[in-house]
Structures are given as C-alpha cells and as structure tokens.
Design a protein around this ligand. Structure first.
Ligand SMILES: [Zn+2]
Ligand SMILES: [Zn+2]
Length: 251
C-alpha cells in the first residue's frame, strides 16, 4: 500500500492544498478531494482516469470541492474526447446520495455519464474494495454532521485517516494498532478548537491507539508557526512527521 498526501492544509492556505490523499492498493482510491488537491494529483504523474473509488469523510468544502472539477473533466473526456474510464464509486457518510443527487441535478453537464457512477452511504461497517478492506467509523466533528474516519487494510498493513475530528473514543478505536495514522492537526495545543484535534491531542490519540507512525495533517496557516511535532511528541514516543503536500509513504 502506498499513501501520497495530495493536500495537508485546509480550505484557504498559502502553500498547502486542502484535504486529499491518494491510496494505492489493488485499487486506486482517493480519501477526500479538497481544493487544490487535483493539481497535486496531476503532479504525481498518475492517470487521473484510473481512480475507481472516492471516499469522503464529510462535505465541508475543504474536503470536497475539487470533485466538481474532476467529475466535469471526466464527463468531457468520456463524452467528447473518446476517452474511457472504469466505473466510479463515490462513498461517504449519511446524506451522500441526496447531496450528489442535488449537485448532479443542478450543475450543467453532470448527468448521463457514459461510465457507471455509483453512490454509497456507509456507516460503521467494514466493506471490501477488491482485496482492500475499508472500515469507516463515525467520528465527532461538528454538531449534526455525520463525519467518518477511514481505516484501510491491505497486504498486512493498516492505515487510518481521521477526517476532521475532535478527540473521541471512536477515533482511538479507528486508529487501534495501525501502522500509520494521518490525523487532523488543525491547531497547536495552545490554540485549541472545539471541532478539531490539536497537536497535543493527536499525540494522545496515537499513544492510546498504539499506532506505529503519526502524520500530522490538515494544518491551518497559523499552525505552521508552531512546533506541532514536539507538541504531539509529549504524549507519543513513536515516529511523528508533519505532512507535506506530495509526501509519499510506502507501507
Ligand atoms: Zn470539517
Ligand atoms: Zn476540514
């Protein structure tokens, strides 16, 4: 399994794209598709038409908006440029089907795709994509919004992605014993937010879950001014890295 970070920042950030992660197993999977991550996907040199599954944690714009550009391109490519692509499955939390129905009915050029498009709402139940196991888990982010973290297992390795999350037991369970966890480290410990983890809490989750390696991501611009690695390291003694766009990690 290989993880490539397409975006390690948030909605508006001067140097980082927002949330997006490319995961390569026996399938090519995207976790979230925030603004500017599509440009980074192109920079990886991979064929964008090979993506078969997009897993959304939630639909705050910083996790979603490049999907619109991506899908419009896929429509033009297959309708007018003679291109073909495999079916696309879009997976997300409660409300996913209604969200995309509304979107596709509203945006010009989004209906009658020449390739199969499937929408799937998931909650706290494992499912398979080929030989890849995906375990979504409901995490606590903002009130009344169903948000998911994802655990991906393939080839004897496990990766966890928090999505956007506060500190919560379900996040610790999601990350239990994984080789690598990518956590929402929106803020430094000295500037906590009620709806995101801060760096100190990322370290606590990593320690409680017994993970192998921690990647701090979803950084707000202000967070780059602090030593979040050190803050997370107060609780967690394992390897900690601050995410960078286009950083690629083999598990
Ligand atoms: Zn969010
Ligand atoms: Zn976010």
């Amino acid at each position: 399994m290989r993880l490539t970070i397409l975006g390690s920042g948030t909605n508006i950030h001067p140097t980082r794209a927002a949330s997006g992660y490319l995961v390569r197993t026996d399938h090519t999977i995207l976790l979230d598709f925030g603004p500017r991550t599509l440009a980074n996907l192109l920079k990886t040199g991979m064929n964008r038409h090979r993506i078969t599954h997009i897993l959304f944690s939630h639909y705050h714009a910083d996790h979603f908006s490049d999907f619109i550009t991506y899908f419009f391109d896929a429509m033009i490519y297959t309708k007018y440029q003679g291109g073909t692509r495999p079916p696309l499955t879009v997976i997300g939390p409660r409300g996913t089907k209604k969200f995309f129905q509304t979107l596709f009915a509203t945006l010009p050029g989004f209906t009658h795709a020449p390739f199969a498009v499937h929408f799937k709402e998931v909650s706290d139940r494992a499912f398979a994509i080929g030989n890849t196991t995906v375990i979504p888990r409901t995490v606590t982010h903002t009130q009344n919004l169903h948000c998911l973290g994802y655990r991906i297992e393939y080839g004897g390795k496990a990766l966890a992605y928090s999505g956007d999350s506060q500190y919560c037991d379900s996040l610790v369970r999601l990350c239990g014993d994984v080789d690598l966890a990518v956590l929402d480290c929106s803020f430094p410990a000295s500037r906590p937010s009620p709806v995101h983890l801060h760096a100190g809490q990322c370290g606590e989750v990593a320690k409680e879950a017994g993970i192998g390696r921690l990647v701090l991501s979803h950084l707000y611009p202000i967070t780059d001014r602090y030593n979040v690695r050190e803050q997370a390291g107060e609780a967690f003694g394992g390897k900690i890295e601050v995410a960078r766009d286009l950083m690629s990690i083999k598990l």
